[in-house]
Design a protein around this ligand. Structure first.
Ligand SMILES: Nc1ncnc2c1ncn2[C@@H]1O[C@H](COP(=O)(O)OP(=O)(O)O)[C@@H](O)[C@H]1O
Ligand SMILES: [Mg+2]
Length: 349
């Protein structure tokens, strides 16, 4: 068995990247005890890190402890040491085992924590990437853009690892690094035009526009990736997040879901190699939808409890929870449905 890596990205905020990363990674880890699961949080907001650390105020404190170490035990510590060519071979210096932080998580979950300072090192990363090569073998752009990719080839124990990489919506240099680190791309969308519109942006940013712009065209991310022959992740799934909601909304949501799938399917017909299973015999949009998309329900109060307490849906076995002193009810039926949808998603990975 070899390592695997999944990156979650949409060029739009609030679509569920961090939430889905948390739920998928925690259930994936439960179902794959023969693997180590490592979440790499490449969003400076560190939302998925906070959920993994058990959520709420106490998670903020724990996160702060990791960030303020001499060598931050975070993504910033790892990237900075990689740039300065310090010895990064002891991954325990950067990656944290989560079961000691959050008893709801299984033993094989680990985190390379998010860090607000990721935003602060972005100018350094850009400058290093665009530095003039010093020799024919010096490749600064490739070096910077493969720091995390190289990490995903490593193991922390003697087990194969599965990496889940959470991202920031903006296409900043650290998002570019994150995207190039994943073998597979998962694209969450919501049932709204703006997140569906962002799919077009996603293709233009990662693969480039159909026509190269005469002025800035040679400076873009996709131009560099082509120039250096770097591999991009393959699109694995379009995740329609919160598509299954209250009755009555279903019809309206179906129209939006259809529009999103159509966009992706058009792209698949033009460039099937951008997707996994590019040789699948898909000739209709409905077949494409079956193979490449999935609807996730709105978790409602179960989602609120899960995020606040860092609780995987699989571990939610009570009817009543307290969030900041407020009593929250989560019905058995709702817990069951939410759990099933995540298990179903994990089974597709
Ligand atoms: N399936 C879901 N059901 C209920 N709430 C959700 C769901 N997915 C995301 N949310 C909520 O939507 C908000 C945005 O989600 P988040 O994961 O932070 O998005 P992103 O990481 O893409 O910015 C959060 O408040 C989160 O709790
Ligand atoms: Mg997020």
């Amino acid at each position: 068995m070899s390592n695997k890596s999944y990156v979650m990205w949409n060029n739009k905020g609030g679509v569920g990247k961090s939430t889905i990363t948390f739920h998928v990674a925690s259930v994936y880890a439960e179902e794959n005890p023969d693997r180590d699961v490592i979440i790499i949080d490449m969003c400076p907001q560190a939302n998925v890190s906070m959920m993994l650390m058990g959520g709420g105020r106490q998670a903020e404190e724990k996160l702060q402890n990791l960030i303020t170490k001499d060598t931050p035990q975070t993504i910033v510590g790892y990237i900075t040491d990689s740039i300065t060519r310090s010895d990064t071979s002891d991954l325990g210096k950067y990656i944290t085992k989560m079961s000691s932080f959050n008893k709801n998580l299984s033993d094989n979950i680990h985190l390379l924590s998010g860090d607000g300072n990721l935003e602060l090192i972005a100018p350094l990363l850009s400058e290093r990437a665009d530095a003039t090569p010093l020799s024919t073998t010096d490749q600064p752009w490739i070096e910077i853009h493969s720091i995390i990719k190289k990490l995903t080839h490593k193991q922390i124990n003697d087990k194969p690892c599965t990496y889940f990489i959470d991202t920031n919506p903006s296409f900043s240099v650290y998002t570019q690094i994150a995207i190039l680190s994943g073998e597979y791309l998962l694209v969450p969308i919501n049932a709204d035009d703006s997140s569906i519109f962002a799919i077009t942006g996603l293709f233009n940013l990662i693969w480039g526009t159909e026509k190269t712009h005469p002025v800035y065209g040679n400076y873009t991310f996709s131009a560099k990736v082509n120039q250096f022959g770097i591999e991009r992740p393959k699109i694995a799934l379009l995740l329609g997040n919160r598509f299954t909601q209250q009755k009555g909304a279903a019809h309206a949501f179906k129209a939006l879901s259809n529009e999103a799938t159509k966009k992706m399917y058009d792209e698949y017909q033009k460039n099937p190699t951008r997707f996994i299973k590019s040789n699948l015999n898909v000739t209709k949009q409905s077949e494409f939808e079956n193979a490449f998309s999935m609807e996730l329900r709105d978790f409602n109060s179960a989602g609120v409890v899960a995020a606040n307490q860092g609780m995987p849906l699989s571990k939610m076995d009570r009817h009543t929870y307290y969030v900041y002193g407020e009593k929250i009810q989560v019905s058995k039926e709702q817990r069951k449905l939410c759990k099933e949808v995540i298990i179903n998603l994990v089974s597709k990975l």
